[in-house]
Structures are given as C-alpha cells and as structure tokens.
Design a binder for this molecule. Structure first.
Ligand code: ATP
Ligand code: MG
Length: 183
C-alpha cells in the first residue's frame, strides 16, 4: 500500500508544520549530518505506533516533542500524520469507505499519545494492527534504521524468527492470538 504524504509538526527537529509529498517511485532524502533524515524515518515508525522511547533515540516518549533551541521556545505538542492511498481498498475492510486513509498520532507533554484513523479516535492497538496487516509497522523489516544491519547479524535465532514472521506478513495474526489469550 502506498504512502502518499507525511505531515509533521513539533516533531523532533521539524518544529514548523512540514508536508512531504511521497510521489510514485523511489524517494530519496539527502542532506548533511544532523539535518533530520533519521528523524523523518522515526516519524514514520512513531505514527505506526512505536512504543519504545529508546527506538526513538529518547529517554521518554515526550522527547519526540521539539525541545527548543537558543532562539526558539520548546513545544508542548508533536503531531505526525501519514496518508495512505487506499483507492484499491487494500486496507482492512473496516476502512473500506475511505479512498485515502490518514493515520495521526499526537502527543502532549505528560498526557501521552492519542491516535486517529480517518479522523476517528482509535486505540494504539488498532493502528499497530492496521500496519501489521499491511505487513509493515514500527518494527517491520521494511524499516531499517541506522545500525540495524549490524545488530541483525548478531541477533539470537528467536529474534530472527520474529523478523521472518514480519516479512511473511503474519505478525498481525500472532498479535491477535496473543491479545485473545490475555482475555
Ligand atoms: P546523520 O546524517 O548524521 O545520520 P540525520 O540527518 O539522520 O544525520 P537526525 O539524527 O535525523 O539527522 O537529526 C538530528 C537533529 O535533530 C539534531 O540536530 C538534534 O538536535 C535534532 N533533534 C532531535 N530531537 C529533537 C527534539 N526533540 N527537539 C529538537 N531537536 C531535536
Ligand atoms: Mg541519521
């Protein structure tokens, strides 16, 4: 399923509202060290429901909020919206009425995150499952962060199996089974 747009506001170094159109074909992001390339990849992972602050290179989740500079005050809120092209209705049936699917995550200092799919407030779980069913997501093999290749080579067999399950697109099923067993 195609990503068509990424919008960020107050997220890490993207303090001002920023809109990135993702066109057909391959998209490359280039720029000098520290310009925010990894921050963009982290925005993708974050909007898909990442729960580990460490994976976002922070100590707490609200570290993703713009922390301020000598010339700009810090922000109290960060928001990322990812738009998916759903005109072929590839998203799960629950979202069939939407040709474009906007997934939004917002965080305010000290109050945690809230999520919306197509404008409706949802659980983090629904966002995570949506992406897991699309065989992508915060921990999917589709997102390879800086340093990940090295850690993969040294991974334990169990962790490697997890990656293979993600690649095979069955982790959504595992997730649901786990949720069902907890009930
Ligand atoms: P490299 O080429 O070295 O990998 P990069 O383009 O991937 O660099 P990033 O790591 O995405 O760069 O961006 C780092 C910048 O983002 C740093 O200048 C850092 O200060 C800034 N930054 C990260 N988190 C925040 C935050 N919460 N508030 C403000 N700025 C932030
Ligand atoms: Mg980087």
């Amino acid at each position: 399923m195609k990503f068509t747009q990424l919008r960020l506001s107050g997220f890490k170094s993207f303090v001002e509202p920023t809109e990135l159109l993702i066109k057909d074909g391959l998209t490359g992001i280039v720029g000098p060290n520290g310009c925010g390339k990894s921050n963009l990849v982290e925005a993708l992972r974050w909007v898909m429901g990442e729960t580990s602050a460490k994976n976002m290179r922070g100590g707490a989740m609200d570290d993703v909020i713009f922390a301020g500079t000598t010339s700009r005050p810090p922000r109290n809120m960060a928001e990322v919206t990812l738009s998916l092209d759903n005109h072929k209705r590839e998203a799960p049936p629950a979202y069939n009425d939407l040709a474009e699917l906007d997934i939004t995550r917002r965080i305010r200092r000290d109050t945690g995150s809230d999520y919306r799919i197509g404008g409706k407030v949802t659980r983090a779980r629904d966002v995570q499952l949506l992406f897991a069913d699309l065989a992508t997501g915060a921990h999917s093999t589709a997102i390879v962060s800086q340093g990940r290749v090295g850690s993969l080579i040294n991974a334990k067999p169990k962790d490697r199996r997890h990656l293979l399950e993600e690649a095979a697109g069955i982790s959504g099923l595992h997730s649901r089974r786990h949720e069902a067993e907890l009930r």
